[in-house]
Write a protein that binds this ligand. Structure first.
Ligand SMILES: C[S@@+](CC[C@H](N)C(=O)[O-])C[C@H]1O[C@@H](n2cnc3c(N)ncnc32)[C@H](O)[C@@H]1O
Length: 255
């Protein structure tokens, strides 16, 4: 039963609110530079950096794993013209993506570990703050690699200190272990400081919008979002002992 999957009901509620609330859209734009209905740690700077790491044009196929309501894909499409694909287990998220994007994208409701795509199909696969939900990360990494075209890239935004516990460094995370189990080489950008700064900014923005959230009947969401920034009440030196953000990149070198 999907209802038993971690956070399923919470994400259904989140994407319904994200679709309906102008206050939340304004908050996203101010906190992250663009409204991608973020629940993770990706702002506009991070997404632009990721796009600068790959060569994607209007002939490319791009898949986003855990795409939510598809707004990051919509942005990628607007910048590159790429054909976009996304899946997420939240029906509310996917119906919102389909409503906005129509036949400019291909979105499906699917659970990580059960979603299927053709082998050798994608030039770029992104997964922002979603790998944590794979019931078997080693097996899921293997699927993602199969879905990539030769020379295609898998780029993953991965946070420690939130769902996943902080480990020693970028080579000791569950994702790094899963990549090594699949014999995959990876490069990593340490994005911890940028994420600390982004969260400090997000905290300022959400606090400044308290009245707006209350007037819109969204006090509960105000508390959730503000709570997501409690980790940055301390100095960066303290923050980075318990938190880290890494951007992993894998290029498909063989079939
Ligand atoms: C932390 S959010 C990140 C969303 C988006 N990628 C972002 O960066 O803002 C995790 C996303 O994964 C989806 N998700 C969680 N568990 C999932 C699962 N088992 N199968 C498919 N999607 C899942 C949620 O609905 C949500 O959209």
């Amino acid at each position: 039963m999907k209802e038993n999957l971690l956070f399923y009901n919470a994400y259904q509620n989140f994407y319904k609110m994200a679709d309906e609330s102008e206050v939340f859209k304004t908050y996203c734009k101010r906190a992250f530079g663009e409204d991608f209905s973020q629940d993770g740690f990706s702002d506009l700077n991070q997404l632009n950096m990721i796009l600068s790491m790959v060569d994607i044009d209007n002939k490319a196929n791009v898949l986003d794993v855990g795409c939510g309501n598809g707004k990051m894909l919509e942005y990628i499409h607007s910048k590159t013209g790429a054909r976009i694909y996304g899946f997420d287990y939240s029906e509310n998220a996917i119906s919102s993506a389909r409503k906005r994007m129509g036949d400019r994208g291909s979105f499906k409701v699917a659970v990580i570990g059960e979603a299927e795509y053709d082998d050798n199909k994608f030039d770029l696969i992104t997964s922002m703050d979603t790998m944590y939900f794979a019931p078997d990360m080693i097996a899921f990494v293997s699927s993602v690699y199969k879905w990539l075209k030769l020379n295609g890239s898998f780029i993953c935004g991965y946070q420690e200190g939130d769902i996943m516990k902080k480990t020693k460094d970028c080579n000791t995370t569950e994702l790094a272990k899963a990549l090594r189990e699949n014999d995959l080489k990876y490069k990593v950008i340490d994005y911890t400081k940028e994420t600390y700064d982004m969260l400090r900014h997000k905290r300022k923005v959400i606090k400044s919008m308290k009245e707006d959230f209350i007037n819109a009947g969204l006090l509960m969401w105000y508390r959730v979002i503000k709570g997501q920034t409690n980790s940055v009440k301390v100095s960066y030196e303290k923050y980075k002992k318990k938190n880290a953000r890494y951007i992993y990149k894998v290029i498909k070198e063989n079939f």
